[in-house]
Design a binder for this molecule. Structure first.
Ligand SMILES: [Zn+2]
Length: 175
């Protein structure tokens, strides 16, 4: 049995965008994120986080800093009844030839194999065009860009939907 998944970018989607965020004290959940994810759970979706973390390769923070923040975030989700199936991060920089840094689909494809995900029934919610590009390259065509993170260029985007934040995504993902 394959599963359907909501893939989420982290910074700008789950939490307010802060450049090279790595401290718990700088992490602020975006309004409505818990309710939206609980709603998707009720619709039978799993949730997976897919995030570029080039601050690690740039030396702004360490892999361990990332893991500490990630565990804290997952704990907060857990307290609110939100289950996150998995998280994937790319620690590499823009000049790397890795297969994981978005817009490459490496993290999504790894998730697909690990969890037997039906990409045609899955969604990507991001705040950058690279999120949409990675999704499309991995066979996900249900894509949402939110305006709660980086400035997006809606006229030059291949995203299917544009919304103010993840809070509104419950109006679009309703099946
Ligand atoms: Zn990478």
């Amino acid at each position: 049995m394959s599963i359907k998944t909501i893939f989420l970018d982290r910074d700008g989607v789950i939490n307010n965008e802060v450049n090279y965020l790595h401290k718990i004290c700088d992490f602020e959940f975006i309004e409505g994120v818990f309710d939206a994810l609980l709603y998707f759970q009720r619709l039978g979706y799993k949730t997976i986080i897919i995030t570029n973390q080039s601050g690690i390769s740039r030396g702004y923070y360490t892999e361990n800093d990332y893991q500490i923040l990630n565990r804290w975030m997952l704990g907060k989700f857990n307290e609110r009844g939100v289950k996150i199936l998995d998280t994937f991060h790319c620690p590499h920089g823009p000049k790397s030839t890795c297969e994981c840094r978005k817009p490459k689909p490496g993290m999504l494809k790894k998730a697909q194999v690990r969890h037997n995900i039906d990409m045609t029934k899955s969604w990507m919610i991001g705040d950058k065009e690279v999120d949409v590009q990675a999704a499309n390259a991995a066979g996900i065509h249900n894509t949402i860009l939110v305006r709660s993170g980086h400035l997006i260029d809606e006229t030059n985007s291949s995203a299917k939907f544009f919304l103010d934040s993840i809070q509104q995504s419950i109006q679009v993902i309703n099946f």
